[in-house]
Design a protein around this ligand. Structure first.
Ligand code: C5P
Length: 234
């Protein structure tokens, strides 16, 4: 099976309040993007990587790719206005002989290679698969800062990436989803709208998306704590 990995890294990261685009903010000794590239390096089914970039970041991304030591082709391309646009553009660049595409947010530096493997395997079998974790907190609905209802959390999951799909299915989902008034924040939503099945693979709370300055502090602390133990994040 031939698998293409798309790493979306073209976001500006406005909510992070950092002058660098989010995927290029340093976590430990490397920019955020590096950690996803290192993980994908360990996913044996992946035969090529496509990375979407914000404007002006080609040189920085090139250096990061070299440091990550991938032994497969890596295409660096300009992303689009929204995440959905970035994935659609990247999809137009995947090798025609690839059967499964796995999409991952550069903003999730701590995804495990095993979760990629599980998503790819499930996508080949079922059509689509996503990493997700059960919602742990009690869910409240509010209006004007006041609780108006408590919602049952049973059966609810928080979707993460990686998300993997048969190539033709993902292309059809993005074609159907382009031009819709509200952009999709994940790929599975577009696939679900086609009525295709999406399997849930166990994600991890470590695989959080770096969005706020607090998330960034947490990620840096994790890397600093891990270094003397296993160098996993080196
Ligand atoms: O903004 P958010 O963190 O939700 O974006 C998720 C991922 O999508 C990030 O890794 C970001 O770099 C990427 N993205 C992109 N193109 C955009 C917007 C976001 O590749 N236009």
């Amino acid at each position: 099976m031939s698998v293409s990995a798309i790493i979306v890294a073209a976001g500006s990261g406005t909510r992070l309040g950092h002058p660098e685009p989010k995927a290029f903010v340093e976590l430990g000794a490397h920019p955020m993007l590096y950690y996803s590239l290192r993980t994908v390096r360990d996913v044996t089914a992946v035969t090529e990587v496509i990375v979407t970039l914000p404007p002006g970041k080609e040189a920085g991304a090139n250096l990061t790719v070299q440091r990550a030591g991938l032994r497969i082709p890596v295409k660096l391309i300009a992303g689009g206005a929204e995440r959905q646009d970035s994935v659609r553009i990247a999809l137009s660049m995947v090798n025609a002989d690839c059967s499964v595409v796995v999409v991952h947010d550069a903003a999730r530096p701590f995804a495990a290679a095993e979760v990629f493997d599980a998503c790819i395997e499930a996508a080949a079998r079922r059509g689509g698969a996503i990493a997700a974790i059960p919602v742990a907190d009690t869910l409240k609905e509010s209006a004007q800062g006041t609780v108006i209802a408590t919602r049952p959390r049973q059966g609810l999951f928080a979707a993460q990436t990686p998300q993997a799909f048969r190539r033709e299915l993902l292309i059809a989902a993005h074609a159907a989803g382009s031009g819709q008034p509200v952009a999709a924040t994940d790929d599975a939503f577009l696939v679900e709208r086609l009525g295709a099945q999406v399997e849930i693979v166990a994600g991890s709370s470590l695989n959080f998306k770096i969005t706020t300055p607090e998330d960034l502090r947490m990620a840096r602390a994790l890397i600093a704590a891990d270094r003397p133990l296993s160098c996993r994040f080196e």
